[in-house]
Ligand binder design. Sequence first.
Ligand SMILES: NC(=O)c1ccc[n+]([C@@H]2O[C@H](COP(=O)([O-])OP(=O)(O)OC[C@H]3O[C@@H](n4cnc5c(N)ncnc54)[C@H](OP(=O)(O)O)[C@@H]3O)[C@@H](O)[C@H]2O)c1
Length: 303
Amino acid sequence: MKIAVTGASGFVGRAVLRAAAQAGIAATGIARSAEAATRVQAAGGTPFRLDALEAHALASAFAGADAVVHLAQIGAERHSQTYDAVNVGGTRAVIAAAREAGVRRVVFFSGLGVARYGMHPRCTNPYFLSKLRCELELFESGLEAVVFRPSYIFGPGGELVPLLLRELAAGAVTRIGDGAYRMQPIAVADAARLVLSAAAAPFAVPHVFDLVGPEPVSYAAFLERFAAAAGRLGRPGALLVREVPVERALAEARAGGWGGLLADELDCLLCDEVADAAPLRELLGAELATLDAVIEAAIAAEP
Ligand SMILES: NC(=O)c1ccc[n+]([C@@H]2O[C@H](COP(=O)([O-])OP(=O)(O)OC[C@H]3O[C@@H](n4cnc5c(N)ncnc54)[C@H](OP(=O)(O)O)[C@@H]3O)[C@@H](O)[C@H]2O)c1
């Protein structure tokens, strides 16, 4: 089996490449810079350099693949990058390229909030709308579309773990609001294995999976579990929370960035989305890693 991966140099993409290498699946990773190509290679993929998501060039990268895994997306509009150009335009290019290369199946990562677009204020922003438009493009394409709608994907190599460890060591962890909003973190290694299963599974298409871990958890409880795990692993684990009012964080995010995050990115944290993990267990044919196991593995991997 062979797959081609867009966004291969990213957090999820590298995990997919590592899982593919372990499973003996050949994987081409699209990379838009020399640095990205190096990351692809280090994760066990074969880099294919492309400056942009352009259909005809992508078709060459997809040649001979059994499935395309489309991960290259932006979660906020920075500089000159727009959702329309990168997320929607990129997905259209991937669809055209898959047709040209004769690849039937496309596995796409959307967002959990898409399921409640228009039903919850934090799921009703231009980011989720762009993901919804990508899903529609895929469903209408006639290709075998498999869509994963992730909650928070967690594991070594992500950005949250080093940030929280730094904050714990410095004496206070920042939390937006009361932290009652929930999330359902899934291990990046499980997400990667599910992608490989979805690339080959003989189920009815199009098919949509909510990509969630086994346990919904409020962000406040997540921080407590994280701090406790850090303590068990000999890191600073005393949790003192510094609460920032939601409206203040959102105002700063809208004005240019809160802790580097723009408003749509804060929505993904605050949107309070959870779902049923049972279909994922069925697809994987195994249990998903528990929240505490995932947290401990991610902390242990940090220097
Ligand atoms: N991580 C999560 O918790 C989470 C949650 C919900 C949904 N998702 C979805 O899961 C997918 C993967 O997420 P991730 O966490 O792996 O993201 P990531 O680490 O930010 O990686 C994004 C990837 O997309 C590429 N990319 C960005 N802009 C591009 C452009 N204009 N043209 C071509 N490539 C571009 C990046 O390439 P460079 O390396 O060259 O920058 C990188 O390979 C995304 O679709 C994301 O929306 C993730």
